[in-house]
Design a protein around this ligand. Structure first.
Ligand code: 1PZ
Length: 208
């Protein structure tokens, strides 16, 4: 399903992009300077994963990609992630329905969901994709979702492919997927922490 474009598999491209982001954060981004454009480019690579999950997660894909797109569209105006939040703080719209700071928070939750899912997936061969995904969702996103959304997601989980089918869809083997997932897990953590810090440094809690 996923076409190998000659630059590696979907997961390896995601891992590459997040390693670059985490390097940027480590080297000289101490002053909140991560560029929104660079961040959104990395986040949009995640969309390729959705194609490997089947139709049940079409709505999750649309939800995630539209938020990344809205952030990307604002990249020229705002420049950096920190400016987005500063502007919403100023206008008191941090948590407002269509605010970019809210969209950034949701995209961050998506990145964390994938990290948790990969971690579960690798923790034991006996874990089905459905179990790995359900438990990741329960931990990372469910607390912030409405009952209706949680119900739809748990219905969708039943339609997830098997482990083996997922590997086929992603063009990975047991060995290669472990390497790539571990790279993403390691590289996404500093990025997630960096985003969380942008909020907490401005006195915004992370309980939403
Ligand atoms: C192999 C991977 C299997 C993973 C399956 C995970 C399924 C997660 C499904 C999430 C569905 C979200 C549906 C809509 C949620 C919205 O209510 C919220 C709040 O939006 P707001 O009110 O702020 O406008 N939206 C979100 O939380 C953003 C969506 C994040 C989900 C991204 C998932 C990305 C990872 C999928 C792996 C490919």
């Amino acid at each position: 399903e996923f076409e190998d474009a000659g630059e590696g598999t979907a997961i390896s491209m995601m891992a590459d992009a997040f390693e670059e982001l985490s390097d940027l954060i480590k080297n000289g981004n101490k002053n909140d300077e991560l560029r929104l454009k660079v961040f959104c480019d990395a986040c949009s690579l995640v969309s390729v994963l959705f194609g490997s999950l089947g139709l049940a997660f079409k709505f999750a894909e649309m939800e995630y990609t539209s938020k990344v797109r809205d952030l990307a569209d604002a990249a020229e105006i705002y420049g950096t992630l920190s400016r987005v939040i500063d502007c919403d703080v100023k206008t008191d719209t941090v948590k407002s329905a269509e605010s970019l700071t809210r969209k950034l928070r949701r995209v961050r939750q998506g990145l964390d969901l994938i990290r948790e899912l990969f971690q579960n997936f690798l923790s034991t061969d006996d874990y089905s994709l459905k179990e790995a995904a359900s438990s990741a969702y329960k931990q990372v996103c469910a607390p912030y979702h409405t009952w209706a959304v949680r119900t739809a997601v748990s219905a969708g989980m039943c339609a997830l492919p098997t482990r083996d089918q997922l590997l086929l869809n992603l063009n990975e083997t047991d060995e290669s997927v472990e390497i790539e997932m571990r790279r993403y897990i390691k590289a996404s953590l500093p990025v997630i922490k960096y985003i969380d810090n942008l909020y907490t440094a401005r006195g915004i809690t992370l309980d939403w």
